[in-house]
Design a protein around this ligand. Structure first.
Ligand code: ZN
Length: 161
């Protein structure tokens, strides 16, 4: 399985919940030596537009975070610039960069798994969407399948020590 290495438009998959698919992406990222974070973007009809895992190591790109890759792939799939009425599902609270990107992409809602007190940018750190002048504020739902998402990260970092 090498799908963690791509951020291409996803094939139509209806059964699994988007967060379950994001968790699969995260697990695949870990298998490739990437920090296990996975992301899925669903369209207005709920269909999966794109999914991705972290690619920072293999792409030699410190900004190749799962959610950024998935949002880029989703706009390519839609041939649009913005993701109005789309939902970003991600296994970890987005960092400030990805939160700011989600505002630029005009994502309607962000659903994330584990909270990230150190690196998160929504409920922690700069709290991007609460900053004055933030041009678009998505709805945010945190803690969805939090335990599984956090466990993947915990196991990954424990194995590296
Ligand atoms: Zn990020």
């Amino acid at each position: 399985m090498h799908s963690a290495k791509t951020a291409d438009a996803a094939p139509p998959m209806a059964c699994a919940s988007p967060m379950a698919q994001a968790l699969v992406q995260a697990a695949q990222a870990a298998a490739c030596g990437e920090v296990p974070v996975g992301a899925v973007v669903t369209g207005p009809d709920g269909a999966v537009l794109a999914q991705a895992g972290n690619l920072t190591e293999s792409a030699h790109d410190a900004s190749a975070h799962a959610e950024l890759l998935a949002m880029r792939a989703a706009t390519r799939a839609l041939r649009t610039t913005r993701l109005q009425n789309c939902v970003l599902w991600v296994t970890l609270e987005p960092c400030p960069m990805c939160a700011a990107a989600a505002a630029l992409f005009r994502v309607k809602r962000i659903v994330f798994g584990a909270y990230d007190p150190k690196g998160g940018g929504i409920d922690h750190g700069p709290r991007v969407f609460q900053a004055p002048g933030c041009l678009h504020v998505p709805e945010v739902v945190g803690g969805v399948r939090e335990t599984e998402a956090a466990l993947l990260l915990k196991q990954f970092f424990a194995a590296r020590r």
